[in-house]
Design a protein around this ligand. Sequence first.
Ligand code: SDX
Length: 405
Amino acid sequence: EKGIRVSDSAYTNTAAVTSSITFIDGGRGILRYRGYPIEQLARKSHFLESAYLLIYGELPTAQRYDAWSNEVLHHTYLHHDVEHVMSSFRYDSHPMAMLISGFAALGAFAPEANPSLQGQNLYSNAAKGNVEALAQMDKQIMRLIGKAPTLAAATYRNRQGRPFNRPPTGLSYSGTFLYCLDQLSEHQYKPNAVLERALDILFLLHADHEMNCSTATMVHVGSSLVDPYSAVAASCAALYGPLHGGASEAVVRQLIDINGPENVPKFIEQVKRKERNLAGFGHRVYRTTDPRSTIIREVAEQVFSVTGRSKLLDTALALRDAAEKDDYFKSRNLHANVDFFSGIIYQQMGFPLDFYPVLFAVPRVVGWLAHWRQAMLSPSQRIWRPKQIYIGASERDYVDVKQRE
Ligand code: SDX
């Protein structure tokens, strides 16, 4: 009658899904995009090339890459009406809330996105091999990857009460983004190859991470055959949470709060008494150091060679060293994750604290779309409907309000 008693963990672990996009070995700290180790891609590739790899499964030839990158960078422009939506928010709106609305607005302004106007659904036609439908789907993918940095920059400019910068031609993906932010004069540092490359590597490292919370949202919402603009808006909402994409912001707030390496022991004791959560540590999959955090740690040194070191970095290094040595964290397999050092870099590059999840969302649009495309083109594509085990009240009769106590 009561159904099977379910441990709470059942609510956090969904059934496994198959994918050929990203491989993670949480025990050995291995991460590969389509079989290529993340360490090699971070050293030898760049964001837009790895984006092509994640979505289409192979590294592009020079010709294919040129066509791809030109199309993506061509789509960085925002429709004037979408700009109007982005400028309608209060100056103190959270940039992630604005970004979620921006992606949804793309769906409202993209006529082809309206599922009911599609007749025979675009995605089911593409899954049957219809070339035009597949081309339309890939165009939506390139539009979203192109517009993500411009929407993100618009959330930043709106906060400053400044007009939006129109994306330039001839710059790289991260260069275009930094240009549209035009925060550079504000923080007295000029874009240079080191910072642009640092941001590009951070984008590459954040592009995909198999079936995490926001990617599962993309595939779940997309399974109803809604357009990808609306599904990306939903995924962006999942990433907004402090346990997911909001962690890099929480890391920097925590480091500011600790306020120096000498205060780290006191903070560690608070975590061990469960009074605080150690942001940037722990992971549902990794039981050793997240390989991305090792690479990001090196990127931090490169950025600091340009911008100068900070007390935040010294506090972070002391915190990381203390936690990695402490049995409380070791016994729970808690190690630095992707967010531990990324926030410090963003802070040093002059980004405002609450903008960090936006810097996670921009590259993660690629991973969301790679898994979405894979699911839409799968012959077994069906709407997601997770099983539920009912543990509520057994059948009972209605009681009139006068008889209720
Ligand atoms: C991302 O899924 C992905 O791939 C995500 C991501 C991606 O690229 O998409 O990698 C991005 O989300 C990285 C994670 C960012 N979040 C944070 O840094 C927030 C801080 N970390 C956590 O809150 C936590 O570690 C999670 C949410 C990441 C994982 O949570 P779990 O899997 O529920 O943790 P667990 O069950 O393994 O915890 C085991 C023990 C528990 O203590 P006990 O009950 O055994 O005494 O470890 C404790 C937890 O309380 N614990 C922590 C902790 N994380 C777990 N204690 C202190 N600080 C922490 N950060």
